[in-house]
Structure formats: structure tokens, C-alpha cells
Design a protein around this ligand. Structure first.
Ligand code: CP
Length: 308
């Protein structure tokens, strides 16, 4: 089977069959990653550039590891130390890199739509590693993989996405993916951080009381407060946010049921998640990070395979 798309720009463009194919391929790569020799020759003749115009720890390392495990040749570009800092345009930068015979581009950019713009202008396959407040498709795929590992299926799973929905590309990609795969979604948080028409536009429930959302769900995907994307204050203080919307151990214990806690990282400890929850028995946050490598191997492998 092959993906229906040449690039991975967003979950919005994928079919449920594409998502299923990526998740089942990731499962095979996860088996490979448990072996003493974690490397396969699948992308031996493929050259990939990781083009990161915005900071990243997990996604960048995860893509780099995935590429190395697949035996691809990789080049890393970060904006600081490059000629982008001298004013070179995105398209000029990429065309110069492509002239050195690069097959795929993994790209993170603070501007929503940057990878879509590139896809219109260059022949190489593009993987969106997060664009502004638009999408973060491989994060949603690794979240889905982690939920499937835990629950067996996404169909009918009750997922609460909690926190700064307004500025979160992780929220949007998760909503697209979980809706396509038949999960039930509630978004929860302060009214100022939840887009006004999200219920109608994206077919999700909205809950402003986090405790009620937690009582309803099987799994809570808790999001970072993205202060760097907020031009004006949208809540009174981080301390008050934590009191009203943060997830504490006491709050979890008051539910009378077990739920799984997820977070894409980086965590603002003591704001959206208390440390004893982030590091506690219900958290699968580091499993998410581990699964990211297998999921990104699957995405790169399937996109490269599609081109052949
Ligand atoms: N989850 C995520 O995208 O983390 P990084 O910003 O560290 O890549």
C-alpha cells in the first residue's frame, strides 16, 4: 500500500487509510527499534535535509534519529548560523540546498503555511514538522500511535484536549486525526484560549470546566500554554491558570477513575501539569517521545517509497 499524498503537510490531507498505514508501519519500525541492531537499509540512497526555522528538541532529534535508523544521508539546517540570518529568502535557501541533490525536506517554521508554500515551488517531498499555529502532523500521529498502544483502538475513545487550544498546532492536528479515526473529542480550558466557533467548525465538544472534562475522558492530552504566541494577556496569571485549569494529583485522585495523561512537550511544570502528574503512574509522556522515532521512520519510509 502507498500513501495518497506526496508530502505530509497536515493531517487534514490524509485519508483514514493513510493514517492506518502510517500507524501499522510505525508498529513494525517499533519492533526494529527493540532489536540490538536498530538500523535498517531502507533509505540508503535518500538524502534528507532537516530545515528548522524554529526551536525544537523532541521533533528535531526524533527526525534525525529516524533518518539515521533508516540509513538516510542527513543534513541539518538551523536558522541561526545560516545565511537566512542575512536575509536570504526561504525559497532561495531551499533551492540552494536542493541543488546539492536533496530528496526530502523536513521543515519546522513559525509561519503557518510555510511548508505548503514550499510544496508549490520545489519537487522534493516535504514533511511538516510544525508550522506556526496550523499543524504538527507527526505529533498527532505519534499521539495516535501511543493511544492505540494503550487502548487498542481509537474508535469511540474519549479524548480531552486541555489547555491553550487557540495557539496549538498539536490540538488542530489531533482533532483532524481523532475525528477521522472515530474518537470523541472534548476541548477544555479557559474561554479565552478556545476558538469561538470550534465546536461547529471541527465537530468537537467544548468544556470550560477541566474537572468535568477529566471525569468524561479516557485520556487527557494536556497542552502547553504558548506565551510566545500570545500578543496580549489571555488569563490573569500563571499561578491562577494552574489553580483553575492545571492538572494536579489531587484533582486526578478526586475523579474516582483512572485516566491516561499525555503532553506533547515541552511541559510548563506547575502551570498546565504538576510534576507529580507529569512523572506519575498515569503519564505516558515519555512513551510518546519514544514512539515519535518509529512514527517518523514510518512517515519518511512511506513518502520515499511513494516516489519510487
Ligand atoms: N512536541 C514538540 O514539538 O516538541 P519540540 O518543540 O521540542 O520539538
Amino acid at each position: 500500500m502507498k500513501l495518497s499524498t506526496k508530502n505530509l503537510l497536515g493531517i487534514k490531507d490524509l485519508t483514514p487509510e493513510d493514517i492506518q498505514l502510517i500507524l501499522s508501519t510505525a508498529s513494525q519500525f517499533k519492533d526494529v527499534l527493540q532489536r540490538p541492531v536498530k538500523k535498517v537499509p531502507s533509505l540508503r540512497d535518500v538524502t534528507i535535509v532537516n530545515l528548522f526555522y524554529e526551536n525544537s528538541t523532541r521533533t528535531r532529534i526524533s527526525f534525525e534519529l529516524a533518518e539515521k535508523r533508516l540509513s538516510a544521508d542527513t543534513v541539518n539546517f538551523t536558522v541561526s548560523g545560516s545565511s537566512a540570518a542575512k536575509g536570504e529568502t526561504l525559497l532561495d535557501t531551499v533551492n540552494n540546498i536542493l541543488s546539492m541533490k536533496v530528496d526530502m525536506v523536513v521543515m519546522r517554521h513559525s509561519a503557518s503555511g510555510a511548508p505548503h508554500f514550499l510544496a508549490k515551488h520545489i519537487p522534493a517531498a516535504i514533511v511538516n514538522a510544525g508550522d506556526g499555529i496550523n499543524e504538527h502532523p507527526t505529533q498527532a500521529l505519534l499521539d495516535a500511535f501511543s493511544m492505540t498502544e494503550k487502548f487498542g483502538s481509537l474508535k469511540g475513545l474519549k479524548v480531552a484536549i486541555i489547555g491553550d487550544i487557540m495557539h496549538s498546532r498539536v490540538a488542530l492536528s489531533n482533532i483532524y486525526l481523532l475525528t477521522k479515526m472515530g474518537a470523541d473529542i472534548t476541548v477544555a480550558g479557559p474561554p479565552t484560549l478556545i476558538p469561538k466557533y470550534i465546536a461547529e467548525a471541527l465537530n468537537v465538544k467544548v468544556e470550560y470546566n477541566v474537572k468535568k472534562a477529566l471525569q468524561w475522558c479516557d485520556v487527557a492530552n494536556v497542552l502547553r500554554i504558548q506565551l510566545e504566541r500570545q500578543n496580549q494577556p489571555l488569563f490573569s496569571s500563571l499561578r491562577e491558570y494552574n489553580q483553575a485549569y492545571g492538572i494536579s494529583r489531587q484533582l486526578l485522585e478526586s475523579l474516582g477513575k483512572d485516566i491516561v495523561i499525555m503532553h506533547p512537550g515541552p511541559i510548563n511544570r506547575g502551570v498546565e501539569l504538576d510534576s507529580d502528574v507529569a512523572d506519575g503512574p498515569f503519564s505516558i509522556i515519555l512513551n510518546q517521545v519514544e514512539n515519535g522515532v518509529a512514527v517518523r521512520m514510518a512517515v519518511l519510509y512511506l513518502l520515499a517509497n511513494r516516489e519510487n
